[in-house]
Design a protein around this ligand. Structure first.
Ligand code: UDP
Ligand code: MG
Length: 322
């Protein structure tokens, strides 16, 4: 890399991109500014094109052609945000690796604060969302609830209100690469690694342009991934439900038997219907929970690769197009 100085450390910035044509120019400009302001470090940007269909890839190619510090990984199709982040981290060569969204919700300028902390000796520096702009009340409420429920359910210390905007040291990246689970909840995996971690508060802006790529359906899926990856508690719910209904059943049995001996029988249509429906519902829910875990075991056991790269564009100027 021509304009990279040998003795300086390298910062890799990983950016997942899925149909972000409207924001890419603005993002590239801002991240470039941040890169140029880092006097003490060399800088590379690694875009992961997660199967965009809106021409994002052509834009990324343009940056890569004119800027040798830009690298582009193109997936063969859409594999999802968490997998795109993983591919970026897998391919980053930096002494420190930052993950940032392309939509400018995470201000690139905060990276300089991350680097300060990293220089103090932290392995993971994550952004804590102090305020969030431009998100609906429902999203804010459900997100806040989700992080707190997850915290209760797991022994891993996953900080609340933290997304994937973070810096990781080379050492933490090295071990992160060994975690190949399929249904990925990256922020949890990074917490699970341990090492010295700290947070930096930041103000999460609204999306610069375009639409969120996380509709409700994907968000629910993501939340379930988070919980199932880090807690077996839902599996134990059946035991609790079972214990509680058994206690009720015993109490009810006494009433029924006494009634029988006292010589009165109750008509009982309503109570029978209610208990059948209630128990049917509870059983199906418990079965569904077991199904969620089995589906994940099934995905995992197939051992397919996490993602498929169609093309990697790097150092075009030097003709090394691998
Ligand atoms: N993204 C991706 N693949 C997907 C969905 C999203 O690479 O399948 C990228 C997207 O381009 C953005 C980041 O992940 O850079 C976060 O997505 P988004 O901003 O839509 O999520 P939100 O901030 O609304 O939760
Ligand atoms: Mg966003």
């Amino acid at each position: 890399m021509a304009n990279q100085e040998k003795d300086k450390k390298l910062l890799s910035v990983v950016v997942p991109v899925f149909n972000e044509k409207e924001v890419l120019d603005a993002f590239y400009k801002r991240i470039k500014n941040v890169g140029e302001s880092l006097n003490s470090m060399n800088f590379e940007v690694l875009f992961v094109d997660d199967g965009s269909k809106d021409g994002s890839y052509q834009k990324l190619m343009d940056y890569a052609v004119s800027d040798e510090n830009v690298k582009v990984i193109k997936f063969s199709r859409n594999f999802g945000h968490q997998v795109a982040i993983t591919a970026g981290i897998d391919n980053a060569k930096g002494d420190a690796v930052v993950v940032i969204d392309a939509d400018l919700q995470d201000p690139p300028e905060v990276i300089t604060e991350f680097i300060e902390k990293w220089k103090e000796g932290y392995d993971v520096v994550y952004g804590v969302r102090e305020r969030r702009e431009g998100e609906g009340r429902l999203k804010l409420f459900t997100a806040s609830l989700f992080y707190r429920v997850l915290k209760k359910l797991t022994h891993v210390e996953i900080p609340v209100d933290v997304g994937d905007f973070r810096l990781m040291s080379k050492q933490s990246v090295k071990v992160f690469k060994e975690l190949r689970e399929k249904d990925r909840f990256v922020r949890g995996l990074v917490s699970w690694l341990g090492f010295k971690q700290t947070g930096v508060y930041y103000h999460r802006d609204k999306r610069y342009a375009g639409e969120t790529k996380y509709p409700l359906r994907k968000m629910i899926r993501f939340a379930i991934d988070g919980i199932t990856s880090f807690s077996g508690f839902p599996l134990k719910l059946a035991t609790w439900f079972g214990a509680i209904t058994t206690i009720f059943a015993f109490a009810f049995m006494i009433i029924v038997i006494t009634g029988k001996f006292m010589g009165y029988t109750i008509q009982g249509w309503a109570s029978v219907m209610l208990s059948v429906l209630f128990l049917g519902g509870v059983q199906l829910i418990c079965l569904g929970i077991v199904g969620e875990y089995i589906a994940r075991i099934f995905e995992q056991i197939k051992q397919r690769p996490l993602y498929i790269i169609e093309e990697i564009i790097e150092e075009i100027k030097m003709g090394k197009n691998s």
